[in-house]
Design a protein around this ligand. Structure first.
Ligand code: FES
Length: 115
């Protein structure tokens, strides 16, 4: 997995409730290193990626979530939410960095990393 940064998480920031993110949708969270897209899948799992498509920088938070992937709104690349990697014919053509995220008591926590 291509993590956003390799340094360990030093703190977790509450960015809202799981239910604040629509099912099969996403929410953009501003962050110092660049916006983060937080996704909620149809089976109620939460993923987070840098909000920047590895193709030409499209806003993944505005894409369509299908299964455990998101279709970029610009040119329809399908990006795997767990790894940030393009699927299908575009596999291996870059990666949207994965942001550390976890859910505690229905709240979404984004990891703050050292550095
Ligand atoms: S910018 Fe995402 S598919 Fe082109």
């Amino acid at each position: 997995m291509n993590a956003l940064v390799k340094e360990p998480v030093v703190a977790w920031t509450d960015v809202g409730a799981v239910t604040d993110v629509p099912l099969r949708g996403a929410r953009r969270v501003p962050a110092p290193g660049g916006d983060i897209a937080v996704f909620r899948t149809g089976d109620n799992q939460i993923f987070a990626l840098r909000d920047k498509c590895p193709h030409k920088g499209g806003p993944l938070s505005q894409g369509i979530v299908h299964g455990h992937a998101v279709a970029c709104p610009l040119h329809n690349w399908s990006i795997e939410l767990a790894t940030g990697e393009p699927l299908g014919a575009d596999r291996g053509k870059g990666c949207a960095p994965v942001a550390p995220v976890k859910v505690v008591d229905g709240r979404i926590l984004l990891g703050v990393v050292r550095g």
